[in-house]
Design a protein around this ligand. Sequence first.
Ligand code: ATP
Length: 305
Amino acid sequence: MTSPAIAVTELTKRFGSRTVVDRVSITVQPGEIVGFLGPNGSGKTTTIRMMCGLLTPDAGSGRVLGHDILRNQSAIKREVGYMTQRFSFYEDLTIAENLSFVAGVYGLPADAVSETLEDLGLTSRRAQLAGSLSGGWKQRLALAACIMHRPKLLMLDEPTAGVDPKARREFWDEIHARAATGLTVLVSTHYMDEAERCHRINYISYGKLISQGTVAEVIAAAGLVTVILRGGRTAEAQERLTGQPGVDQVAHWGSDLHVIGRDGPALRRAATAVAIATGARVIEAETSLEDVFIQLMGASTDNMP
Ligand SMILES: Nc1ncnc2c1ncn2[C@@H]1O[C@H](COP(=O)(O)OP(=O)(O)OP(=O)(O)O)[C@@H](O)[C@H]1O
């Protein structure tokens, strides 16, 4: 069996007296696309930076691309492509000039720029100023900049924040095509549809890894039941359901109400009674990943100051 692209154990990082990453262990196999999810400030970026060799953990150990994260950070930096959350360019330079700058930083040969432009479909726009690009093209340029040195592992920190759905889909097609050739990808995101495009996901909350597996495994492990109330007086139904035994979440989805909880019998009892009182019908439904994440978020302990 090939060795994992990432195998880190019990990574811990403290800033002052706060533990922002608390014994996080992650294993990623070569060619896998693994999602990293969790509320704002839960420690995703900090964990990524420890795995990229940019930040030294206070405790924990592991290997990234076979290199020790404590002793061989420079080798990791050379072989990893890291797209930061707020990637930036020289707005008054063209696409090609921005990539030439990056090529210079990595000491890459001149043809690396033209190959990368071609590879990412940027050749026809090579003379366009970076500052004039739309969100989707800017993000494509950012991807070009972080794969130009041909990394074996990509760490993408919210790469599609603020990008339209079509550009996001194209970005994911690109990522999947590259993973099929053996590139490993760890990607943080707040988008549920993107989590569903990953082979596996890790959910971190307030520094602690609280769920991991395929999307189906994460949903099953949460043990939630979801029913829909359709029709009737929705606002009144929401008011009546909130706080009832068995009801953990009530959420509007268009003209439906999604009612979610861990205690199936109690949830169905409450939903049926409220449906009768408000003229709605009860429909059994699948629990969504978003429902699970909201449940996990509510259940985890907030260590914010
Ligand atoms: N250099 C630092 N010094 C002090 N605190 C920091 C530092 N870097 C991050 N933090 C804090 O650590 C916590 C985790 O931050 P981190 O950026 O890792 O979270 P995140 O999950 O990536 O959040 P988001 O989804 O908002 O990007 C936050 O409370 C943040 O303010």
